[in-house]
Design a protein around this ligand. Structure first.
Ligand SMILES: Nc1ncnc2c1ncn2[C@@H]1O[C@H](COP(=O)(O)OP(=O)(O)O)[C@@H](O)[C@H]1O
Ligand SMILES: [Mg+2]
Length: 326
């Protein structure tokens, strides 16, 4: 590999004598889902990818001779002050849900994240508290003053002690919060960007790509894996083409759009907007179980996520191979 990777990083007072060594080549399994705009589909994408990947790993693929791994584990990190993923999608219990306090404390001290198990094989670092807004911003400024660009690697430092316990790690990021977006990107290898076709969502891709360029200086293997069009009409070909043109202008040589779009479904939207509604992941569990009482659009969106999961896995494996061979 011709890329020069940082040998070690200094991120706390205690590290000065013993800087953290980052095992860069063992971190191909960390995915960040980011778009600076809210409502772009980040949280839905994280929740569904996490569960689909877990099921896929546990089941294996007998048709391709890939054995299932019943011990496969997936970790999700919720960096949102809203905590939708933590509460609504993954139903963390009162006991489990510290509303991101543990996450904040780890970031503050530079110590290991402490996930909780929300389903067999699925662990979560909960989000949801106010400290994921102002307090993190203050902490981030302090870290930058002290450690300069390496501040972006703070979440990575907290993830490193547990990263090897998981087969797949997904980080959900908040909109309009550059400090947390950069901490997420500093810890990740791949960025998946959901975007709606409206200008606001596409502007969010631009903002995201600005953060990406900055973080890549300290995380040289960070890669834009692809954009996925979210909640879009199945026949809106012209609108898709227009959005793709804009995305090409924004991302230039780094542009890639997944073949799969996540289709629009009013039924899915309604369930996820409704506080008492069923979490998407529960809805899709039913779809998988063959529940024919579900609206057709729900089953189609479930199928979209399944295809997207396959694309994400295949494309990251392909790029990883190319980088390793270069
Ligand atoms: N397939 C879909 N079709 C239409 N609307 C959807 C679909 N999936 C989710 N939504 C709606 O989109 C909203 C935003 O999605 P979300 O994943 O929370 O975005 P973000 O995390 O980027 O803010 C959800 O609250 C839900 O109402
Ligand atoms: Mg969200």
């Amino acid at each position: 590999m011709s890329l020069t990777l940082p040998q070690s990083i200094v991120l706390t007072e205690y590290d000065k004598d013993y800087p953290v060594e980052v095992p860069w080549l063992d971190l191909w399994h960390v995915y960040v889902v980011a778009n600076d705009k809210g409502g772009a589909g980040k949280t839905s994408t994280v929740a569904n990818l996490a569960l689909m990947i877990l099921k896929k790993l546990r089941r294996g693929d007998p048709s391709k001779g890939i054995p299932g791994d019943p011990d496969a584990r997936v970790l999700v990190i919720d960096l949102n002050a809203q905590g939708n993923l933590t509460v609504h999608e993954f139903g963390a219990s009162e006991e489990q849900n510290d509303h991101g306090k543990g996450l904040y404390d780890s970031l503050h001290a530079g110590t290991a994240l402490k996930p909780v198990t929300v389903r067999p094989g699925l662990d979560l670092v909960p989000g949801g508290g106010e400290w994921l807004k102002d307090d993190v911003a203050t902490l981030y400024r302090r870290l930058r003053d002290k450690y300069d660009a390496n501040a972006d690697l703070r979440l990575l430092q907290c993830l490193l002690p547990i990263a090897g316990d998981y087969d797949f790690i997904l980080i959900d990021t908040p909109p309009e919060n550059p400090p947390l977006q950069r901490l997420a990107m500093g810890a990740g290898r791949w960025i998946i960007t959901p975007a709606k076709t409206d200008n606001g969502s596409l502007d969010g891709v631009k903002e995201m790509s600005e953060q990406f360029k900055k973080v890549r200086k300290v995380n040289p293997l960070l890669t834009l894996l692809g954009v996925v069009l979210f909640a879009t009409g199945r026949k809106s070909t012209q609108i898709h083409q227009k959005a793709e043109k804009r995305l090409r202008e924004i991302l230039k040589g780094r542009y890639f759009k997944f073949r799969t779009n996540i289709g629009h479904s009013e039924a899915v939207a309604q369930e996820s907007r409704d506080v008492d509604g069923e979490p998407l992941v529960a809805l899709f569990d039913r779809a998988e179980g063959g529940d024919t009482s579900l609206p057709e659009t729900v089953r189609s969106v479930h199928e979209d996520y399944r295809k997207l999961t396959d694309e994400v896995i295949a494309r990251s494996a392909e790029i990883k191979k190319a980088i390793e061979e270069s």
